[in-house]
Every structure is written in C-alpha cells, then in structure tokens.
Write a protein that binds this ligand. Structure first.
Ligand SMILES: [Zn+2]
Ligand SMILES: [Zn+2]
Length: 90
C-alpha cells in the first residue's frame, strides 16, 4: 500500500494557502506538496517536467461552466433592468 492518494478536499497551496480547488500543481518528488499555479516554481527544485498540473475540471467543462455563469448573469441583469423599467412607469 502506498500513501500516494491525495485527499481531494484539502488541496491547499504550500506557499500562500490558496485553496487549489480548480487547479493544483504537484511534483513527482512528493505526493504531499501541492501549490497553486502561481507558486508552481517554488514548489521544489525539480524541473517542470516532473511537475503536473491537476485540473478539477477539463477546459471544456470550464468553458461550459463560465457560459452558464454568463447566461445566469445575463438573466439577472435582464431582470434588474426589467424591474427598474417597471418602476419608472409607476
Ligand atoms: Zn500559492
Ligand atoms: Zn519536485
């Protein structure tokens, strides 16, 4: 049994403590060290070839997500403008 499995829920950057929920960088030299993308260089002294970026979502999923957010935002702003339109006419 190896203890290589990282607990998905507690990935935090070693340097800044940022919650690496979406992106996490790890290195072959340690299964414990995790950093955010910004601090990948300070993770350890290994070359970038040894480091891996883990995505919680694929880029495709992220795009779909951001589209959903955009649509939601549009709906929200539409509602707000409709509301203020109504109020102007009262
Ligand atoms: Zn960081
Ligand atoms: Zn390393």
């Amino acid at each position: 049994m190896t203890k290589q499995a990282l607990r998905e829920d507690c990935k935090q950057c070693e340097v800044c403590g940022f919650d690496c929920y979406l992106f996490a960088v790890t290195c072959e030299c340690s299964s414990q060290l995790v950093t955010c993308l910004e601090h990948a260089r300070t993770l350890c002294r290994c070359s970038n070839d040894s480091k891996r970026v883990h995505y919680r979502y694929s880029v495709k999923q992220l795009r779909a997500l951001s589209q959903q957010v955009e649509q939601h935002y549009e709906l929200l702003t539409q509602k707000i403008s409709e509301k203020s339109f109504d109020e102007e006419h009262r």
